[in-house]
Design a protein around this ligand. Structure first.
Ligand SMILES: O=C(O)CCC(=O)C(=O)O
Ligand SMILES: [Fe+2]
Length: 243
């Protein structure tokens, strides 16, 4: 079973619970409910604030064969208009990271206290790089899919559900195919899910959906993170160089 913490848990309680078993996924019901993003980030708001952003959408995340460039405004209109016939791909934002370009969005949420990151660099340039490379908005209609994967460089991730419902599956160790090895976390707006480093996960939206997510490093995955960089220095260099 995935650990579920009831709404109303304090930051201290959440932190204590996670310290007791740092490697396990955890769902914090309603933890983000009081963030300004929950409520403020409506479809209309996102269309207004970010509509002129150009981004790439694909037919899924992780195995995408098709991709196309869109303006977010038009993409939101397509979602709100019913996302076309079933035969059309469930287009989904791929690697959309608006937080460096739109830093005012950062005023509308806070990293959960139990997800403080050592990657939160001090210099403005490094901070901007972190926001661009490790922060995501996943936006799409009902039925979008993210295929099973682990996150980059053995980072942990926190996901906050902002609009719509989404089902995240947490899979057993690689090779273990049994359905019983899959645990489900059903996310509603305001829920926060912690996906620990190395955890295979996949996702499917049940309704038109907006999910906010950041990858992070803390003391529990720092050595795995450094190992991942050492194992693939070229990939790390590319990530550092990309603007
Ligand atoms: O919400 C999704 O579709 C994927 C989320 C995810 O894999 C992540 O944030 O690491
Ligand atoms: Fe992921």
């Amino acid at each position: 079973m995935i650990r579920v913490f009831k709404e109303g848990i304090s930051a201290e309680e959440a932190e204590r619970a996670l310290l007791a078993s740092p490697g396990a996924p955890a769902l914090f019901k309603g933890y983000a409910k009081h963030w300004r993003a929950c409520g403020r980030w409506t479809w209309d708001f996102l269309r207004e604030a970010l509509g002129q952003d150009e981004l790439v959408v694909g037919d899924n995340i992780g195995g995408t064969k098709r991709g196309k460039k869109v303006l977010l405004a038009g993409f939101i209109d397509w979602i709100l208009g019913g996302a076309g016939p079933e035969s059309e791909p469930r287009w989904y934002t791929l690697q959309y990271s608006p937080f460096a370009k739109h830093p005012e969005l950062l005023e509308d949420f806070a990293f959960p206290e139990f997800c403080r990151t050592l990657l939160d660099f001090r210099s403005p340039a490094d901070k901007e790089w972190y926001l661009k490379k490790f922060g995501w908005l996943f936006i799409g209609p009902a039925g979008t899919e993210t295929l099973p994967h682990t996150d980059l460089f053995s980072t942990h991730a926190w996901l906050a559900q902002i609009i719509g419902r989404k089902c995240v599956s947490l899979h057993g160790p690689a090779g273990e195919k049994a359905r019983s090895a899959v645990k489900r976390a059903d996310l509603e707006p305001g829920d926060v899910l912690l996906v620990p480093a190395g955890q295979v996960h996949s996702a499917r939206s049940l309704e038109p959906s907006v999910t906010l997510s950041f990858n992070f490093v803390n003391h529990t995955n720092l050595s795995a993170f450094l190992d991942a960089i050492a194992d693939d220095p070229q990939a790390w260099r590319l990530r550092r160089e990309e603007a």
